[in-house]
Design a protein around this ligand. Structure first.
Ligand SMILES: Cc1cc2nc3c(=O)[nH]c(=O)nc-3n(C[C@H](O)[C@H](O)[C@H](O)COP(=O)(O)O)c2cc1C
Ligand code: SF4
Length: 456
């Protein structure tokens, strides 16, 4: 049986998962007495909301669920005198393929998330919060429920928390089992009891979100960072990363695929990908070479092995036309076929599209089918360009970015590994066309319909 390794690698810096591996780290007793928990929350409930927002803004804390939007800036969008209740929603859906970081916080340090939520709720003036947890994460939900119960008993949740004038209720809500329920407005729809279909923005949730009230949706890791920032100050947080406010702090990365030591690691922002994969994760498997990786989950464009000197921070990854995303590094070695990876990636998004937008509903399926034809040896050279053109028509044209999330990695594979696609493609005259030829009968019927329409 494999043994869980709790010790941090020397290149790691455990901040958001400090105390991970401590026996019973999920209990209030250990969290408070051994790990110094709830100090920030005690101060936050008595602090001026604006000062909390300013501290988080100055720290440069970015949203760590995917988009990287600065947390303090998002909080500042909540109207000053709201006419409806303000909601705080923790996004714990953790649906991006390759991502398994939030569950570590929820299973091992649930009180750190609760403390972060008390701080965030104090900053935005919310009395009601939800944690929307991916349904399959049963242990995480159990540990959160237990921790919330302990916090209520201790007077850290409910009315007049820590003896202050503030109150906060937190409810754990099991997810509905769809990737799209992780998109913040799809999540809100799902929380309201409807089908998890994203909403058109604007209005953004900070203006009109859950039950029409101003709502902040933040990822688990984002919220769990807040107590550390309030305890130690924004400069401390900036220095943890690459030393710039845009690359502040640490990031939990989940490494999976073709490496010797897959797992989750908390690294300072700016650590080169090479260092993560070779020094921390032990390099490629015996006899293999790295070929590429998705640096930020299955939605992120691929980096080739010769680009692994890229520092793992938001701006450096953006400069390479990819992204930090959810922090899921999926490693691909030279035993894998890139067209096969592209096909599986597109198939996932085709399965998960909620179907509201035509470019997404049709595009993801079309791209996945054409890639399937190629991998089965039934695709042509012109299919390669057709796939790229379909992807270009899917990005930036839909209600949410699931459509882009399918298009972006596929385009990067076509651009960076085109010879692999060409090696399995056939000349156009040797394969069936991508769309079946219209039969004679069908063509006659269609021209009849067209004729009737012009007569009208
Ligand atoms: C299709 C899709 C799925 C998403 N899934 C998740 C998820 O599982 N967890 C998450 O935190 N954010 C997810 N996001 C991002 C959220 O929409 C939102 O940006 C995030 O919860 C905001 O929190 P943050 O600012 O703290 O990152 C997803 C986005 C999209 C488009
Ligand atoms: S882009 Fe896709 S998943 Fe997002 S709303 Fe449109 S159809 Fe649904």
């Amino acid at each position: 049986m494999s043994q869980r390794i709790y010790e941090a690698h020397p290149l790691e810096n455990r901040v958001v998962i400090a105390g991970y591996g401590e026996p019973k780290s999920w209990t209030l007793d250990v969290f408070e007495k051994k790990l110094g928990g709830y100090k920030a929350a005690r101060g936050a409930v008595k602090a001026e909301p604006d000062s909390l927002i300013t501290t988080v803004k100055d720290a440069g804390l970015r949203g760590l669920g995917g988009a990287g939007f600065p947390a303090g800036v998002k909080w500042s969008f909540i109207p000053k005198n709201p006419t409806k209740p303000v909601y705080l929603v923790c996004n714990a859906d953790e649906g991006e393929p390759g991502t398994f970081k939030d569950r570590q916080i929820m299973e091992h340090l649930p009180h750190r998330l609760i403390e972060g939520m008390i701080c965030a709720a104090s900053a935005i003036g919310s009395k009601t919060a939800y944690i929307y947890v991916r349904y399959e994460l049963r242990l995480a939900r159990e540990r959160l429920e237990q921790a919330i119960e302990e916090a209520y008993k201790a007077g850290y949740l409910g009315e007049n928390i820590f003896g202050s004038s503030r109150s906060l209720d937190i409810t754990v809500h099991p997810g509905a089992g769809a990737y799209i329920c992780g998109e913040e407005t799809g999540l809100i729809e799902s929380l309201e009891g409807d089908r998890g279909q994203p909403r058109l923005k604007p209005p953004f949730p900070a203006i009109s979100g859950l039950f029409g009230g101003p709502t902040i949706v933040n990822n688990v890791e984002t919220l769990a960072h807040v107590p550390g920032i309030l305890n130690n100050g924004p400069e401390w947080f900036v220095k943890l990363g690459n030393g710039t406010p845009r690359g502040a702090g640490t990031k939990l990365l989940c490494v999976s695929g073709d490496v010797k030591r897959p797992g989750f690691y908390e690294i300072p922002l700016g650590l080169p990908l090479n260092s993560l994969l070779n020094d921390i994760c032990g390099g490629p498997l015996e006899g293999r070479k790295f070929k590429a990786c998705y640096p930020g989950g299955s939605s992120s464009p691929l980096l080739r092995a010769d680009e692994f000197d890229t520092p793992m921070d938001f701006d450096s990854l953006a400069a390479k036309k990819t992204m930090m995303g959810s922090g899921a590094v999926i490693v691909i070695d030279d035993s894998r076929s890139i067209p096969e990876m592209a096909m599986r990636t597109a198939r996932f998004y085709a399965h998960e599209s909620c179907g509201q937008c035509v470019p997404c509903r049709e595009g993801t399926k079309w791209v996945s089918k054409m890639l399937k034809r190629l991998t089965m040896g039934q695709g042509s050279f012109s299919d390669i360009d057709k796939i790229k053109s379909a992807c270009n028509n899917m990005a930036g044209k839909t209600i949410c970015v699931l459509s882009d999330a399918c298009a972006m990695p596929v385009v990067s594979m076509l651009e960076k590994f085109r010879p692999e696609f060409e090696a399995i493609a056939k000349p156009d005259d040797e394969v069936q066309p991508a769309l079946p030829k219209i039969s004679g009968q069908m063509a006659a019927l269609m021209s009849l319909v067209r004729e009737r329409q012009t007569q009208k």
